[in-house]
Write a protein that binds this ligand. Structure first.
Ligand SMILES: [Zn+2]
Length: 438
């Protein structure tokens, strides 16, 4: 069932005690929270972010909805779960009828710019909605991924950019294109921790694992961007958010990469909010989801968007984290976190069997995963088994059943809120190229 979403946008001009900040959203592709020294990793992969995190609110249990680049970014941009926004795999497009964060901020008077680091975030997949400037073309000599085609698209112009180039482009926009008359929204996407691992030699020498070297290289370039933001006098007037679109398997459950599963290593991401003098320096231990980003950012930007419908529902499915950022409120530990993985046809992905949908729910210390096509039902006690090694579904059937019911209710709600799925001819071509549809 589809539900019309007609948005009426109002600016909050009364009772506002905060000034409208610039919004700077940094997305670090493929960055596991626990491989960053920001989150206590014992190797110094992220000294700049660790330092920045000291004056930030850090969420210790932040979850991406999928371990897949396109779907999670679409969630960051819409405040909707993948089941609802419809971009459930790379190679599909975010529908133009979805209202994005950049569109809402642009309508509210923000200057908007996106600087992305890989073709996965190309405008052809709908990610540029609302951005006045969207930098998504690369030079082949900057690319680490050398494919000429990807999901049916020509990428001979270059698939991705390295962090030094991404930071250069972001700084150039700040120095040359930024208007001093309006607040701005700048989205910067770093791709480096994604395979293939090709960090500069100086970083490869310092770390035993090439994944760590990539994170450290990216961190140094983020440090350079943060320094420039400070040097331009923008730090005090900017809400800076740092997060990631998903993690990386690193063989904990047989997968070196991501997008095959919803285990913790593939969905736990960093999440910090920084705004000097406004946002508290603190650590929040309750679970949150990236679907929360849109309402949280709109709160900070003092933009109110309401659905013009009798039920007065907000158009997004997350919840604002403002209560914790500004007021020191406590995140409920009993909040449910919802996870999803989607493949269209049965098959093997890097020797891992995948077949259709896989869904997960984390609630309290428990995590339940169900993959109907793969005959999987798994229950983990994350308190005693954080690496998800011992399936307790047979020992705790009541807990499994309760979580299963919650997951089913969420799926029905998220699917029910979606527009009817419409494949464009480009979508069809891309999916056919992958063998997803015949
Ligand atoms: Zn990604």
């Amino acid at each position: 069932m589809s539900r019309a979403r007609s948005l009426c946008l109002t600016l909050c001009l009364c009772a506002c005690t905060r000034e409208r900040p610039n919004i700077i959203l940094l997305s670090l592709d493929t960055t596991r929270a626990d491989r960053t020294s920001l989150y206590g990793y014992d190797k110094p992969t992220t000294p700049h972010l660790a330092d920045f995190g000291k004056s930030s609110t850090r969420f210790d249990l932040a979850y991406a909805p999928m371990s897949c680049t396109g779907p999670t970014h679409a969630t960051m941009f819409t405040g909707l779960y993948p089941l609802t926004h419809g971009l459930i795999s790379n190679g599909r497009s975010l529908s133009p009828d979805k209202v994005t964060l950049a569109e809402l901020l642009q309508r509210a008077g923000f200057q908007t710019a996106g600087v992305v680091g890989s073709f996965v975030m190309n405008r052809k997949f709908g990610f540029a909605q609302g951005f006045e400037s969207y930098q998504d073309s690369f030079l082949p000599e900057h690319a680490t991924f050398k494919a000429k085609r990807w999901l049916g698209s020509d990428v001979s112009g270059g698939f991705d950019a390295t962090a030094n180039n991404t930071t250069d482009r972001a700084i150039r926009w700040l120095e040359e294109s930024r208007s001093s008359r309006h607040p701005f929204f700048l989205f910067v996407h770093y791709f480096d921790p994604h395979e293939p691992y090709r960090a500069p030699p100086a970083y490869r020498k310092r770390f035993a694992h090439p994944y760590d070297a990539e994170i450290a290289f990216m961190d140094a370039e983020i440090g350079r961007l943060l320094e420039k933001i400070d040097a331009l006098g923008l730090m005090d007037d900017s809400l800076i958010i740092v997060t990631a679109d998903h993690g990386q398997g690193l063989m904990q459950h047989g997968d070196p990469y991501h997008n095959a599963d919803v285990y913790e290593e593939s969905v736990r991401v960093p999440l910090i909010f920084h705004w000097p003098g406004k946002i508290r320096s603190q650590t929040i231990t309750g679970p949150v989801e990236l679907v929360d980003l849109v309402p949280t950012i709109l709160d900070a930007a003092q933009v109110t968007a309401e659905v013009d419908e009798s039920e007065h529902l907000l158009p997004w499915q997350g919840r604002s984290l403002s209560y914790a950022l500004y007021d020191g409120g406590v995140t409920p530990t009993e909040r449910s976190v919802f996870l999803h993985r989607q493949h269209y046809n049965p098959g093997k992905m890097r020797d891992i069997a995948v077949n259709g949908s896989l869904f997960g729910i984390r609630r309290g210390g428990w995590k339940y995963v169900v993959g109907e096509g793969e005959g999987r039902k798994e229950l983990y006690d994350l308190t005693t088994d954080p690496r998800e090694q011992k399936n307790l579904v047979a020992e705790h059937p009541t807990i499994a059943a309760e979580l299963s019911d919650r997951l089913t209710a969420w799926r029905q709600s998220a699917e029910g809120a979606a527009s009817p799925a419409a494949l464009t001819s480009e979508d069809k071509e891309a999916l056919e190229a992958l063998g997803y549809i015949q």
